[in-house]
Design a protein around this ligand. Structure first.
Ligand SMILES: Cc1cc2nc3c(=O)[nH]c(=O)nc-3n(C[C@H](O)[C@H](O)[C@H](O)COP(=O)(O)OP(=O)(O)OC[C@H]3O[C@@H](n4cnc5c(N)ncnc54)[C@H](O)[C@@H]3O)c2cc1C
Ligand SMILES: *[C@@H]1O[C@H](CO)[C@@H](O)[C@H](O)[C@H]1NC(C)=O
Ligand SMILES: *[C@@H]1O[C@H](CO)[C@@H](O)[C@H](O)[C@H]1NC(C)=O
Ligand SMILES: *[C@@H]1O[C@H](CO)[C@@H](O)[C@H](O)[C@H]1NC(C)=O
Ligand SMILES: *[C@@H]1O[C@H](CO)[C@@H](O)[C@H](O)[C@H]1NC(C)=O
Ligand SMILES: *[C@@H]1O[C@H](CO)[C@@H](O)[C@H](O)[C@H]1NC(C)=O
Ligand SMILES: *[C@@H]1O[C@H](CO)[C@@H](O)[C@H](O)[C@H]1NC(C)=O
Ligand SMILES: *[C@@H]1O[C@H](CO)[C@@H](O)[C@H](O)[C@H]1NC(C)=O
Ligand SMILES: *[C@@H]1O[C@H](CO)[C@@H](O)[C@H](O)[C@H]1NC(C)=O
Length: 769
């Protein structure tokens, strides 16, 4: 991803793991039957109950019960953070302080008029906990949305271990939450009887005789299945790497199952979701390149993996169905031993060319061949020419990455999101021996020592206990991405002991793990990298910021939508970036590091005290790529949800120094471009101060690679040169997680070229089906 900044609150894209599903419970203090859960990490309980559905009422009763070290807690019954009711509470001087708020962007949520909050008598603060029990009237409908009290969906919470700025003030500002999550629920199960509800709403207690009963949810085991259909190859995850892998395996005549936890994306995959202006067009939000920016502002963002707290796509196409689709052919250095690749990977051109043959890049995606909204290109190219940069067609010269700029390149096809879904997946689906299973979560592989015998899923129709069997000599390939694949390995008893012990302690996953004597100790999750990135925000009188992309869904410019619907041309045929550039730097440690720049109209945030014209804003994001030395760690939390354990940005101060130098160089000649003004950082803030104060998580580029690095030895790698997991006979990883270092550009081109090469090596490896 690029340039997404959240200053106060990140979106509620949390987790909805199987065991994190709401269920009815009775609060022992007040006897109210609530519907909700206690989160596994912070032990905060969130409960809600509605009046009978027949009333069509807009109120509910809720509670938050938190250990005393919870400094503030938020609850979003509607799930998404934007344009949804948020209830926030904390303790001040032994009293609960609370407010209802709403956020219109991923910024500080603010008060809004409408809801009527009444604290109920069982609200209390004792030495170990605080508890807020409340009635919320006029709370399920508001100007920009509503909660459907009869349907399933996500509910969100936010937690902070850092106190608010002014605890006495219910409208106090506060910093971004320190954790947040989503959990699954069905409000149809959360209605009380009329008598109970009215008594509780009036402050009464007990007697939960309503439609909800205090039971705990149990997973239902379905009727006996003697055996499932076996496959030659099971590929886990329909992201770019998994799709290419499954396509090439089925092309070779193997019987292949591709398992994906999410659902459809583009129209051809069965997707239907999109703004009203696409109705009747056989196009979805995922098909239209120009809707990319709305991925971050849509309140119904079902495409994010809800159990991962950074952006990750959980739908057919994985990241390539929701990303900016910037697409770079890999330079030689992306597969060189200097970056950690085994020497057998160096001759990448054979495989890169196979990828290009299937999916060529374009830097003019509009079907009429014209370029639109090019003012940012013009302004930034003037700036860069003043620094001796040369304009090239970037993908014509993949190895040329110093002092060059060019038009942004994409893998859009015919003015639509193309990528692996519109190419490789299409050919795979046409084959009889290819099957794709959506909405199926893989929770581990079943193994006897070093041999994998099946793939465990949550779908009992695929085999006994949800286990998909393999044909003799069958193989499993994990392509779940840099967060998905490590978790599957941990759940299969493969990884560092600290992570495996977390799985072992989990009541659901623990008993399914192989015995401790069969654990395979590999550095899964170590040595992870992602580009550190910093945004600079500017204005220029010529620039059309396209209303900062705010209206593209609900109030788009009608000439542009008409043009797009008629011929897939115009502004909507491209994502937001307009220009990319690269420059090489020598660090004080004598190592070469490359800086990539991406320029686009609009900005995710700004910070200046001077007035400026919002219609003219644009952003340059500067990322440090090949050569960065900082590394981080990916693992799981106590609820077995993928998490960043150690941030990978600026761990090495030389990375930081080089990026600061690069930012200073970018604006070194800004005065030579008439009318170009930098508004963030503004002229009262130095670049050094700006970078020093930059919120760490905002450096995230969502280009995670490396947790299952390829290498020659199991002391510092997880997969061998054939992508086989060390210590196993028939388990492979093939996705972003095997890349030992960050590629030169936004990574999915390099990841797909790696998939082409990796699957060829797997097919060539003896011992398979
Ligand atoms: C917001 C955003 C913008 C980006 N912009 C760009 C860009 O412009 N250009 C670029 O090159 N890169 C971009 N990226 C990065 C790029 O999309 C990823 O690097 C790439 O998609 C990784 O591919 P992958 O196949 O390794 O994994 P993914 O794309 O993450 O795919 C993994 C798939 O596996 C599935 N899965 C995971 N676990 C399981 C399980 N247990 N059971 C079943 N299925 C599972 C997931 O649902 C997903 O579909 C962006 C990423 C994000 C998040
Ligand atoms: C209910 O809330 C809305 C705003 O969402 C407000 O306009 C309306 O006046 C409120 N109604 C009552 C009865 O308070
Ligand atoms: C404080 O209240 C909580 C929530 O009702 C309860 O679980 C806990 O036992 C109480 N602690 C003490 C010390 O009474
Ligand atoms: C898979 O398909 C190929 C070509 O379509 C065919 O030759 C092969 O026999 C099939 N294999 C299986 C296992 O069905
Ligand atoms: C399995 O998990 C997926 C992804 O979370 C979910 O959509 C699906 O409904 C689950 N299937 C079953 C049978 O529980
Ligand atoms: C905004 O700028 C001011 C002044 O430079 C700085 O103190 C503050 O930390 C900045 N805020 C953010 C969120 O970057
Ligand atoms: C802001 O910029 C737009 C477009 O360049 C221009 O039409 C408008 O007059 C400007 N507004 C102000 C207040 O300067
Ligand atoms: C700083 O920038 C503001 C607005 O862009 C401008 O009005 C002001 O004159 C500038 N100050 C200096 C010292 O350059
Ligand atoms: C991490 O990478 C460094 C080089 O970048 C290497 O020396 C080290 O062995 C790796 N460690 C692990 C655990 O992979």
């Amino acid at each position: 991803m690029f340039f997404r900044v959240a200053f106060a609150l990140l979106p509620f894209i949390g987790r909805a793991l199987s065991q994190q599903t709401a269920a009815p419970y009775v609060d022992p203090d007040n006897g109210i039957t609530f519907y909700g859960l206690t989160d596994a990490v912070h032990h905060v309980t969130y409960g809600i109950t509605f009046p009978p559905a027949s009333r069509g009422s807009t109120e509910f009763i809720g509670e938050i019960v938190a250990p005393i070290d919870a400094k503030w807690v938020g609850f979003a019954p509607g799930g998404a953070m934007i344009n949804n009711l948020l209830l926030v509470a904390w303790v001040n001087n032994g009293q609960i302080v609370r407010s209802n708020r709403k956020a219109t962007d991923y910024l500080q949520p603010i008060a809004y008029q409408g809801p009527i909050l009444t604290d109920l008598p069982s609200t209390k603060v004792n030495s170990t906990h605080w508890k807020w029990v409340y009635r919320c009237q006029n709370c399920t409908v508001w100007d920009t949305g509503s909660i459907d009290t009869n349907s399933g969906g996500p509910t969100g919470w936010a937690y902070s271990s850092v106190g608010v700025d002014n605890p006495a003030d219910p409208q106090s500002t506060f910093l971004e939450h320190t954790d947040f999550s989503l959990y699954g629920r069905n409000f149809a199960d959360a209605h009380a009887s009329a008598d109970d509800y009215d008594r509780w709403a009036a402050g009464g207690t007990g007697g939960g005789s309503g439609t909800t009963t205090p039971t705990t949810t149990t997973t239902t085991t379905q009727g006996p299945i003697t055996s499932g259909i076996p496959y030659d190859y099971v590929v886990v995850g329909a992201g770019p790497a998994g799709i290419i892998t499954a396509d090439r395996l089925s092309e070779a005549g193997k019987k292949v199952l591709l398992v994906e936890r999410g659902g459809p994306s583009t129209w051809e995959t069965g997707g239907t979701y999109g703004p009203d202006w696409l109705k009747g067009s056989q196009l979805t939000k995922f098909d239209v390149p120009g809707l990319f920016e709305s991925m971050f502002s849509d309140s119904n963002s079902f495409w994010w993996c809800k159990d991962i707290n950074v952006f990750a796509g959980c739908l057919v196409g994985g990241g390539t169905s929701i990303n900016g689709a910037l697409y770079w052919y890999p330079p030689d250095i992306d597969f060189s031993p200097s970056q950690g690749w085994p020497t057998s990977w160096q001759n990448h051109h054979t495989w890169t060319n196979k990828m290009i043959a299937r999916l060529p890049a374009t830097d003019h995606p509009s079907t009429d061949g014209k370029r639109y909204l090019e003012q940012v290109f013009d302004v930034v190219s003037t700036l860069l020419k003043g620094q001796s940069y040369q304009q090239i067609t970037i993908n014509d010269n993949p190895d040329y990455k110093d002092h060059v700029f060019g038009y942004s390149a994409y893998d859009f096809v015919g003015g639509k999101r193309g990528g692996p879904v519109a190419t490789y997946l299409r050919t795979a689906k046409a084959r009889k021996n290819f099957t794709m299973k959506m909405y199926t979560m893989v929770t581990g592989v079943v193994r006897k020592g070093s041999t994998i015998t099946g793939v465990r899923t949550n779908d009992t129709s695929l085999g006994p206990d949800g286990v998909i069997p393999l044909n003799p000599k069958g193989r499993v390939i994990l392509s779940g991405g840099s967060f998905g694949s490590p978790r599957i390995l941990f759940q299969s008893g493969i990884g560092p002991t600290d992570m495996l012990n977390i799985v072992k302690a989990d009541p659901t996953q623990g008993p399914r793990m192989p015995a401790q004597s069969a654990w395979i100790n590999l550095p899964v999750g170590e040595n992870v990298s992602d580009n550190p990135s910093i945004n600079l925000v500017f204005t220029h009188p010529s620039v059309d910021a396209y209303d900062n992309w705010a209206n593209i869904q609900t109030n788009p410019r009608s000439a542009d939508t008409k043009q797009y619907l008629a011929s897939q041309s115009g502004v909507f045929a491209q994502a937001s970036p307009r220009l990319n550039f690269w420059r090489a730097y020598a660090g004080s440690d004598q190592k070469t590091r490359y800086l990539q720049g991406t320029a686009r109209p609009g900005a995710a945030s700004w910070n200046t005290t001077f007035p400026f014209n919002q219609t003219q804003i644009f952003t340059i994001t500067a990322y440090l790529s090949t050569g960065i030395t900082s590394r981080g760690r990916i693992g799981i939390d106590a609820a077995v949800q993928p998490r960043v354990l150690t941030n990978p940005w600026f761990e090495d101060p030389v990375d930081k120094a080089v990026l600061i130098q690069g930012l200073k160089d970018i604006v070194s000649n800004i005065k030579s471009v008439p009318g170009m003004t930098m508004i963030t950082p503004d002229n009262q803030t130095t670049i050094d101060a700006y970078v020093n104060n930059y919120p760490v998580a905002d450096m995230n580029s969502n280009h995670w690679v490396g947790p299952c690095s390829i290498g020659n030895s199991q002391s510092n790698a997880v997969v061998d040169q054939n992508t086989k997991v060390f210590g196993t006979d028939n388990l492979f990883v093939l996705d972003a997680s095997i890349l030992p270092a960050i590629p030169m550009g936004n990574p999915h081109g390099a990841i797909m070229a790696a998939a082409e090469q990796g699957v060829a090596k797997i097919l060539a490896l003896s011992g398979g089906p």
